[in-house]
Design a protein around this ligand. Structure first.
Ligand SMILES: C[S@@+](CC[C@H](N)C(=O)[O-])C[C@H]1O[C@@H](n2cnc3c(N)ncnc32)[C@H](O)[C@@H]1O
Length: 245
């Protein structure tokens, strides 16, 4: 997977992309991240990338031209590249979209700054993505989020196949609770079931806990989750036990 990131601040990506799983994935060539300075596509001696908003108002707006030139330079090499604008006005990012994007081979991420970007850039993108209902100072942290979420679904990146399958949102549920050593931490004991060695029983326990956790914390997810007859029975039981049936 190639990620081309158009940004005014390429340095902001160095640390997040150098360490741990993403750093390893880059070293192993599983992902390639190209940082492209939008300023390099700006014209004139001062390579200006922003300007005052038409109609007046606070702050500066990123000019369309350098961004679009940057996109076009990439598209001239690979017309199949998929262009994404990071913006609080985009579609909220969900794991389903992350899975879809992980199937592609070349993503171009545009990071805005200041008060945002000239509206005409939108005509040159395939998709607009928002990472949450809040406003960041720039698209760079949002792009890091997207690169991270997509990369970990690329085969080989997590090291063991299927590692992401039980993760929260993957099957429409939150993940079950996890524990590691010690068995007893200041009186808080690991559930006996997880020490039983009975793998089928542990699977059932985990499914039940995933359902419980989702129902308690994110009942909205249950509306779309693929649930078996047994899952529905467990949910009925949980609701009955809590008295909210
Ligand atoms: C300060 S924001 C501009 C916000 C814009 N004035 C608005 O109200 O929609 C600057 C840049 O940060 C990025 N950004 C901010 N919040 C974001 C979010 N929740 N998701 C994705 N990108 C975001 C976008 O690239 C945006 O162009």
């Amino acid at each position: 997977m190639i990620f081309d990131i158009l940004t005014l601040f390429p340095e902001m990506f160095h640390s997040p992309l150098e360490h741990s799983i993403l750093g390893k994935a880059r070293k192993e060539g599983l992902i390639k991240v190209n940082l492209i300075n939008i300023r390099d596509h700006a014209e004139g001696r001062h390579r200006v990338t922003d300007d005052y908003p038409y109609g007046g108002g606070k702050g500066m707006i990123m000019k369309a031209e350098p961004i679009i030139k940057g996109v076009q330079a990439i598209m001239s090499e690979d017309p199949g590249a998929w262009v994404i604008l990071m913006t609080p006005q985009g579609t909220p990012l969900k794991q389903e979209a992350v899975k879809r994007l992980a199937q592609l081979s070349h993503l171009v991420l545009i990071c805005g700054r200041y008060e945002g970007i000239d509206e005409r850039v939108r005509d040159f993108v395939n998709e607009e993505i928002c990472i949450g209902d809040y406003v960041l100072t720039g698209g760079e942290p949002a792009a890091v989020v997207l690169v991270d979420a997509v990369s970990r679904l690329i085969p080989g990146v997590l090291g063991h196949e299927g590692a992401a399958e039980d993760d929260s949102f993957s099957q429409g549920l939150l993940e079950y609770p996890q524990f590691t050593r010690p068995r007893d931490f200041e009186g808080r004991r690991v559930p006996e079931m997880l020490l039983s060695g009975d793998h089928q029983a542990i699977e059932r326990w985990r499914r039940r806990e995933a359902l419980r956790r989702t129902w308690e914390r994110r009942p909205d997810l249950l509306v779309k989750a693929k649930l078996s007859k047994e899952d529905l029975e467990i949910l009925e039981e949980l609701k009955g036990a809590s008295g909210s049936g």
